[in-house]
Write a protein that binds this ligand. Structure first.
Ligand code: SF4
Ligand code: F3S
Ligand code: FES
Length: 250
């Protein structure tokens, strides 16, 4: 089959390309099972080597090739052409500054990520037997979904609240916070919940729900956000969070 790509281009270093514009590319002999990322490589290698985009693993693991594909956020390496159609429109993800073509500046996204302390905190001495801190499988299940996040930013950059206010911490950061808040071995839940209670924290989420279908890992993003909101509302004196009490049903 023949496929036409319409790609949003921008290069601030080249006069004439320093305002966003659209460029079309035609590809012949495309198989239904080709992935969008493979075809982008064909365009770059066969037609225009200046086309700029991020990619690394090609297998939906690194999260680097998030972009808007026919108006929806997705990873280019995960979408087959038969699921996209013969006309493919590519744009950078929204709400972050564009650096070149499909590449955005991810630093504001990672600033929000860092603000929720996305790491394990436990100041107790290491167990005397020197083994790891054990956890019941049931307790792990409570935050297991959130551990699947690959920080691709598909959720945050599909959120209208984030588009309206880039200071909003965004769903990806809340998912990362959720992963540790509900870990019964962690001791910094209160600090994270305090950070998320700030004006640009979790309450900027208006439950618009764009984030959940945008997630290429199938994470129940809006559910995680709801559980964090409930944890804040119920009050969380240090060490007494009982995640089983704050499960959100959707
Ligand atoms: Fe990507 Fe999903 Fe993580 Fe959001 S929650 S950053 S969409 S993997
Ligand atoms: Fe945005 Fe998702 Fe909330 S789209 S408003 S973070 S439910
Ligand atoms: Fe790594 Fe697509 S290239 S997720």
């Amino acid at each position: 089959m023949d496929v036409t790509f319409r790609i949003r281009r921008y290069n601030p270093e080249i006069p004439g390309q320093d305002k966003p514009y659209w460029q079309e590319f035609s590809l012949k002999d495309v198989a239904e099972t080709d992935r969008v990322l493979e075809l982008m490589h064909r365009i770059k290698w066969e037609q225009d080597g200046t086309l700029a985009f991020r990619r690394s693993c090609s297998h939906g693991i690194c999260g680097s090739d998030a972009m808007r594909i026919n108006g929806r956020n997705a990873l280019a390496c995960k979408l087959l052409i038969r699921d996209v159609g013969e006309k493919v429109q590519l744009e950078p993800i929204l709400g972050l500054p564009v650096k070149k073509d499909l590449i955005v500046d991810m630093e504001p996204f990672f600033d929000h990520y860092r603000s929720v302390m996305p790491y394990f905190v436990n100041n107790d001495p290491i167990p005397a037997d020197g083994r790891e801190r054990l956890q019941d499988p049931e307790a792990q299940q409570i935050f297991s979904d959130s551990t699947n996040c690959i920080l691709c930013a598909c959720c945050t950059t599909s959120c209208p609240s984030f588009w309206a206010n880039g200071q909003y911490v965004g769903p990806a950061a809340v998912v990362q916070a959720h992963r540790f808040i509900f870990d019964d071995r962690d001791q910094a839940a209160e600090d994270r919940l305090n950070a998320l209670s700030e004006p640009d924290g979790v309450w900027r989420c208006r439950t618009i729900f764009n984030c959940t279908p945008a997630c290429p890992r199938g994470i129940e993003v809006t559910r995680a956000i709801g559980e964090v909101k409930l944890a804040i509302m119920r009050g969380t004196p240090k060490g007494v969070i009982n995640p089983k009490d704050i499960k959100v049903h959707m």
